[in-house]
Design a protein around this ligand. Sequence first.
Ligand code: DGY
Length: 322
Amino acid sequence: MDEPVIVVTRRWPESVEQELARRFPHVQLNADDVPLGRDGLRAALEQADVVLPTVSDRLPAELFEGEVRTRFLGNFGVGYNHIDVEAAAKAGIVVTNTPRVLTNTTADTAMTLMLMVARRAGEGEREVRAGRWTGWRPTHMMGADVTGKTLGILGMGRIGVAVARRGHFGFGMPVVFYDPVDFEPDHGIPGARRVSTKEEVLQTADFVSLHMPGSSGNTHLIDAAALAQMKPTAFLINSARGDVVDQKALIEALKSGTIAGAGLDVYENEPQITQELIELDNAVLLPHLGSATLETRTAMGMLVLDNLQDFLEGREPSCRVA
Ligand code: DGY
């Protein structure tokens, strides 16, 4: 493939777009940043050698049916449950993602959610901005401490470990974790306790932070029954994928006091968020900002380019997932 036709589905950080354009003469950038939608994505797969999508693009199996020109899909992001990678592979397409470079930034987002929801930071900010703050008083907006509380991690991969380390070394939190995959994570956290069921984490932890991939058996892993296992004083943190949590059940649990609160960066049916959730003061809601720093988004883009360069030069891309 001498001079591949490349479609980038969304805007990328400027320096990465410039690098892409410098290396390849036939790059179609998305200056308006309007999602391509189903038809636009299908057209890209028919007309481009390389498509560089991201989490806001849905690429189900049907999109890979029939004649497809694309040979390389370089996902901008570590999670790729929005792509049917089996169908892509069947269509002869190599798929890559961007692990590692976003680990710390995403872990920082999980900590942000934890602190915000426990200390009622969103609620407090709304009060100040609305001019409703009447001054200091001993019982005003009392939250819960984070320091010293038990941190439960579901999914002890790179990001789970990074969150656990922050909790343990930064806030003195004992760590309890569950991961269904049979490996010993290299976490270096004294006393971190691996348990054999997710229920043990749910029952023990004051903060339950989710770090597993979306879909693939994890859809609604946190349902009404799981939420009922948690302490009424506990908080749920989701910076993984929206479909991991049954949003209806979560809203019910937040309303009824089954759990104390939730910090969410991801949702079922993004970017739609139900009004019921928006109205809940014990939920902190961020717009999928997990990896959103200039440094990290630039590193993610450069990693997509490295993967692409490897593919075009006949090497195995280091972040190949299919
Ligand atoms: C990721 O990398 O998976 C982020 O959630 C953005 O897609």
